[in-house]
Design a protein around this ligand. Structure first.
Ligand SMILES: C[S@@+](CC[C@H](N)C(=O)[O-])C[C@H]1O[C@@H](n2cnc3c(N)ncnc32)[C@H](O)[C@@H]1O
Length: 441
């Protein structure tokens, strides 16, 4: 084992011969034993020889050099909005000495300011890489299955910015939910606005802004997206930009559990509040304040309640049957704990229509909408299911029995034969209830 400390620097085109030697000596040693020498040689030929010169010229390649020899390298690029690490290799003699981590740190240090995450992929058979990236904080995003499972691509992401607030860590789960609910939200948006003049919409507790963007697109109205979380407001603007409606969406940072200055929110034809009011101790108080935001003919659409999502067959043939029922009970238990821990006293429970009536609303009407996507699901939705279950196992760690947590670990492990995304029999069935009400007089 070498004991010197290699220097890390940007590669120049003069390093090309050394990089080629490094590729032919080191890369086959990584993939040969994992897949085959043919695969390894093809990787060098396709994945190295043609792509490297432009990457070096674009200052996207780093080399670790020891005694004029290349002993490690990394190549970054962009994929959509995100930086991606296409290559990170270290000479065997320098492994387990922190050179991989130093190269990775140099890559991260050189990324454009404001980058939110760093993506990468590795083949599933490369469990050393998986362990290394896991240790460095990369989480699995998805797995692109290949006919030979050894070369399925495991996509990972490293979050680069510290969470701006407590909601930031929920973004990926919320985006997954938004994918599953895209059709349902579109249906609700059309139902709420068909045949009605809608000039101004307020989205209370907007989250990622999925509904803000949909309502803006559906009606052409201005939408004010309200949230107490800065990171949710940033996500909302991202959603609006990628939906082509950013000129119609404005954001306001506001804690709706407290009275607010009425001038910050102009009156609305429609107030949409989905899964936000149940976070507040005094739900009726908040609904009463929200009522004052409505124009006389305006309406509040409160999306609260319904039926929790079902995705799995009752008997998975692995673990104890009825896993999803126990997940739901655990989630309700956790929800009660969350409400019990709110800073202010929680009002006695009653149904949403009664709370709306107490808050002074009238013409209260409730309707439920289904997400109903039967099996077999698309690859994207299967990955959504895997990531939702992964979130469930973290979120409900203290509420589920050990055998269910063990089953969830297998179901969410891409290397397990029980990995849920491999199943043909998953589905999505969920009901969301929307209570619509006028402001009364
Ligand atoms: C479960 S998410 C729902 C997001 C979105 N409406 C949806 O249905 O997907 C709850 C949202 O309410 C926001 N929220 C919670 N308490 C709030 C408060 N007191 N004031 C403003 N926003 C709040 C959270 O930051 C979060 O974005």
């Amino acid at each position: 084992m070498k004991t010197s400390t290699p220097t890390i620097r940007l590669a120049s085109i003069l390093d090309r011969p050394e990089l080629d030697r490094f590729a032919t000596e080191v890369v086959p040693g990584v993939y040969g034993p994992l897949v085959s020498i043919d695969y390894a040689e093809q990787t060098v030929a396709n994945w190295w020889m043609d792509t490297l010169d432009p990457a070096i010229r674009a200052r996207r390649v780093l080399v670790a050099v020891d005694d004029d020899l290349v002993v490690g390298m990394a190549e970054v690029d962009r994929l959509g909005d995100d930086p991606v690490l296409w290559k990170l290799y270290v000479d065997e003699r320098f492994r387990s000495r922190g050179l991989g981590a130093r190269l990775l740190q140099s890559v991260v240090d050189g990324l454009p300011k404001g980058s939110k995450r760093l993506l990468l992929e590795h083949i599933a058979a490369n469990t050393n890489a998986a362990r290394f990236y896991e240790r460095e904080g990369f989480e699995v995003l998805r797995v692109d299955e290949a006919s030979d499972p050894r070369v399925s691509l495991v996509w990972r992401s490293l979050t680069l910015q510290p969470p701006a607030d407590k909601m930031a860590k929920h973004v990926s789960t919320m985006r997954d939910e938004a994918v599953a609910e895209a059709g349902l939200l579109g249906e609700i948006a059309r139902w709420l606005t068909a045949g009605r003049k809608t000039r101004h919409v307020i989205d209370i507790g907007c989250g990622l802004g999925t509904m803000s963007a949909l309502l803006a697109a559906e009606t052409g109205a201005m939408v004010t997206a309200v949230d107490e979380s800065e990171s949710m407001l940033e996500e909302t603007m991202w959603t609006a930009r990628t939906s082509g409606v950013s000129s119609q969406v404005d954001t306001v940072k506001l804690d709706i559990s407290k009275p607010w200055d009425p001038s910050v929110l102009p009156p609305a034809d429609l107030v949409w509040a989905s899964s936000s009011i149940h976070h507040l101790a005094d739900e009726v108080g908040a609904l009463t304040r929200i009522r004052t935001l409505l124009k006389p003919h305006g309406r509040l659409a409160l999306a609260e309640g319904g039926l929790a999502t079902r995705m799995l067959p009752f008997d998975l043939g692995h673990g104890r049957p009825g896993l999803e029922t126990r997940i739901q009970l655990a989630a309700e238990h956790r929800f009660m704990t969350m409400r019990g821990e709110l800073a202010e006293p929680v009002e006695p429970g009653e149904g949403w229509p009664s709370k709306l009536a107490k808050a002074g609303y009238w013409r209260i009407e409730s309707r439920s909408f289904l997400v109903d996507i039967p099996s077999p699901l698309s690859g994207d939705l299967r990955r959504v299911i895997a990531s939702r279950l992964e979130h469930t196992s973290k979120h409900l760690r203290d509420y589920l029995p050990d055998d269910d947590l063990a089953a969830l670990t297998d179901l969410t492990d891409p290397e397990s034969p029980h990995f849920v995304a491999k199943r043909e029999d998953t589905y999505l069935l969920e009901a969301r209830t929307v209570h619509v009400a006028g402001p009364g007089n």
